[in-house]
Write a protein that binds this ligand. Sequence first.
Ligand SMILES: Nc1ncnc2c1ncn2[C@@H]1O[C@H](COP(=O)(O)OP(=O)(O)OP(=O)(O)O)[C@@H](O)[C@H]1O
Ligand SMILES: [Mg+2]
Length: 561
Amino acid sequence: MPQVIRDGLNYVSDSIKQFDLAPENEKESFSEIVNDALFQYGLKVIGLAILMGIFMYFMRQTIIVVSRLVEYDLRKDLFAHYEKLDTAFFKRNKTGDLMARITEDVSKVRMYLGPAILYGLNLTTLFIVVISAMLNVSVKLTLWTLLPLPFLSISIYVVSSLIHKKSELIQIQLAKLNSISQEVFSGIRVVKSYNKENQFVDHFDDACQDYKNKSMDLARINALFFPLMILMIGISVAITVYVGGLEVSKGNISYGNIAEFIIYVNYLTWPFTSVGWIASIIQQADASQKRINDFLKTEPSIKNPVNGTKINSAKIEFKNVSFVYPDTGIKALKNINLTINPGEKIAIIGKTASGKSTMADLLLRMYDTTEGDIYIGDQNIKDLELKDLRDKIGYVPQDVFLFSDTIENNIKFGVPEASLESVMANAKYASIHREIDQLPEKYETKVGERGVTLSGGQKQRVSIARAFLKNPDILILDDCLSAVDATTENEVLSYLNEVIQDKTALIITHRAYGLLNFDKVIVLDEGNIVEMGSHEELMDSKGQYFEWFEQQNHDFEIHER
Ligand SMILES: Nc1ncnc2c1ncn2[C@@H]1O[C@H](COP(=O)(O)OP(=O)(O)OP(=O)(O)O)[C@@H](O)[C@H]1O
Ligand SMILES: [Mg+2]
C-alpha cells in the first residue's frame, strides 16, 4: 500500500509540472487522464486493504481460535485432574487458590498462545517486509526514522510489567473482597445474631478502599500507555518529514517517499509496541503455566490399582489398623482389629473426636491406613477397583451436603437414571417422603445452595435417601440422624433391619435408643476399641457403654415425661 501511495503522489507531483507546460487546449483532456489514473491508484489501495483484511481474518481465525481450543482443553483437564486428587490435597490447598488456577492462570496461558503468538508472527513479518522496503529507498532516512522506536519497545515493556505487578495486587485484593463477602453471606445468621453487621461493613469498607487505591494506581500507569505510543510516533514522523525534506531538496528521494515512510512508521508502531507487551505476556504466562504444572504434576496418593478386582462379599475386616492424619500428626486410630460379617448391623459409638468418622474415611479410601490393612470380602481394599469400592458403599457423611438442585436430583445423585418411583420409595424408607410431598413443588423443589431451604433433619434424611437409592452392599451412616427426633430415627433404623437385611451397615451415633436392635456395638475411645459386643453383653459387663446407656436412657425418660 505505501508503495502504491508513493507512486500516486509522485505521479501527481510530476503531472503538476507537466500540466503547467502543456498547451492550453490540451489541459482539459490532460486533467481527465490524471483523474483516471488517480482513480486507479485509489482502487488499488482499496483492493490491497481488502486483501490485507482477508488475510488478517484468516490469521486471527487460525491462531485465536486455536488458543481458545487449547484453553478449553487445559481448563477441562485441570478440573478433571483436581477431582482425581485425594481429600488431603483439598485440605492442604485453599479453594480460592484452586479456582484462581483454573480461571486466571489458564487465561494467562491463553494470552500467550493466542495474542502473543499472533502478534509475534505479525511483527516478525512486518519487520522484515517493511524495513527492507524502507532500506531500499534510503538507508539514511530509514535509520533516522527507526531511531525512536526501540525506546518505544523498552518503555512499553517497562509499563506493561508495572501494569502486570499492579494488576496482581488488584487480583489479590479482589480475592480478599470475595472471601470477605462469601464468608459473611454464608455465616449471615451468626453475624446478625451477634449484631456484627457494622463491624463487617467497616471491614469490607477498608478492603474496598484498598482496592480502589490500587485500581487508581493502575489507571495512572495505564494512562501512560497510549500517550507514550503517540509521542514516539510523533517524534518518528517529525524526523521523517525533516530528514526526508532535506533529502528531497538534495534530490536523493521523491515527495512520494516521505508519504511512503510516514505510512511505514504507522505500520511499525504496533509491532514495536507489541514487542514490549508480548514480552510481558510471555513472562506472565510462564509463571502461570508453572503454577498450573505444580497441580497437574501432583499425583493422587490414593490410586486405582492396576488390574483392580471387584468386591465379592460385604464382609469387612480391620487388621491392626492405625491411622495418623498427615497434616496434623494426630493419631486418630490405634491398632483397630474388627470383623463385621455380611448382613450385620453395627453401631459405632464413642465420645467426640474418638475416631469414628476416621473409620468411615478409611473404608472409603479417602485416606489410606498408616499401618495395618482393611479387607472387604477377603480382598485388601487397596486391590479393589476404586470405582467399584465407592459404588458398593452407600455413605452419608456427618456434614451432609446437598447440591443447589431439585430434591429429586439430589436423591438420585448416585444413580441419575433412577425413576421418580424409586426416588419416592427410598425417600419413604428415609422417612422424608411425607415432608417432601407437602412442599408446593414436591420433588421438583430446589434446595438452594448447600440445601439452605431445608431444615437440618430434612437435609440429613434427603442424604440418607440418596445413599439408600444406590442400593449399596455396605451402608455407612455417620451421625446422620443427630438432627431428627427419636421416632423418626427409629423409623429409619427399622428399615435397615427389615428391608435391607442382607446388607452390612455401620451406624455411627451418639444416641442410645434404637441401638438395641444392632448385632454388635463398638465403643471407641481416643482411637481404641474399648468395648465390643451385643447390647446385652455390654450391659452385663457394666463398663463405659453401660454408664453411658443408663445416663442417656435416664435423660430420655425425663424428656419423654
Ligand atoms: N482432616 C483432618 N485432618 C487432621 N486431623 C483430623 C482430621 N479429621 C479429624 N481429625 C482428628 O482426628 C481425630 C478423630 O476425628 P474423627 O473425626 O474421626 O472423630 P469422631 O469420632 O468422628 O468425632 P465426632 O463424634 O465429633 O464426629 C480428632 O482428634 C480430630 O481432631
Ligand atoms: Mg465424626
